[in-house]
Design a protein around this ligand. Sequence first.
Ligand SMILES: Nc1nc(O)c(N)c(N[C@@H]2O[C@H](COP(=O)(O)O)[C@@H](O)[C@H]2O)n1
Length: 148
Amino acid sequence: MTIYFYTVGEEYGCFSNFSRHGFELDGLYWFTSEHYFQAQKFIGTDHVEQIRLVKSPKEAAKMGRERSRPLRKDWEQVKDDVMRKAVLQKFTTHTDIREILLSTGNEEIIENSPIDFYWGCGADGSGKNMLGIILMEVREKLRLVTTI
Ligand SMILES: Nc1nc(O)c(N)c(N[C@@H]2O[C@H](COP(=O)(O)O)[C@@H](O)[C@H]2O)n1
């Protein structure tokens, strides 16, 4: 049965980048994977630290989407790998949610976002679902590691 997630407080909400599962990555602590993802848009500038330190993932997302900030030129080329790195680190760090991810077996995972047609499936289900795809990739990686 396909697994849908979106809101943090609902079932499988820990799959959302907004879930409060912090981790260390690139030598720094990140409150959520959303903080890490949004900050990487501005690598090499003070905006990284400004975004890293805000309290909520919602605020980090808002700041990351402000086009008054200097978006790195290669963002479209690197954004999927940035997301892969953040999601893998999140689920490697936290045993409880790693178990939840592994418990989904081979089921399809879909970010049921009504507004996001890239990371989610969008309002009509035609979206790319890149976050769901990355979660399934990470699940496969973790499965290999835990069975060795
Ligand atoms: N809660 C929420 N609101 C939105 O408006 C969204 N687009 C999403 N999707 C998440 O947004 C992150 C990436 O956003 P941008 O590429 O910066 O637009 C990513 O975490 C998606 O899962 N969620």
